[in-house]
Design a protein around this ligand. Sequence first.
Ligand SMILES: [Cu+2]
Length: 185
Amino acid sequence: MVIMPREGGARPILFQPEGKVERTGIILATPGAAVGRIVGRAGRAAGGLDLALERRLVPVRALEERRADRALQLSLIGGPGYAWSLDWGRDAAAAVSLRTGERVEVTMVNRTTMAHPMHLHGHHFQVVAVDGQRFSGAMRDTVLVPANTSVTVAFDADNPGEWPLHCHQLYHMAAGVMTTLRYAV
Ligand SMILES: [Cu+2]
């Protein structure tokens, strides 16, 4: 969420791909604000996207403080190349038999060579750890899980059904980065 200043103005939000100097973006401007021209190239190439910002984000409204009733681990495996899968390992049965009302934590461990923005349907989750280091992070429905990194998210099982959990790059999803969580009323 971006809060525009009361006095008005223009606020550029720029995007720069990993490893490139080219950039683009959008400009949020209040009516009548002067919008300057922005050069299309940054001073240096962007580095790889990591979780430095994620670790600093603070939720507007965090999940209620509570111990997890269930902690699941999901491995992202496969590659190099565009062929992956998701492996619940010994949590395979638990992932499809959650109980309504539980606080669930899922630790996604990326053992592939690419980052995957992981998206859970039907819930908002809170980012609660990166590489096992706990913090009270952002509320989201998608979180980036970089290669060789683990991200733990927590959510309340308050919406029974069978819910996709997948990489939000749809060609990654089609190449195997897709599973489901399930629970009944
Ligand atoms: Cu992916």
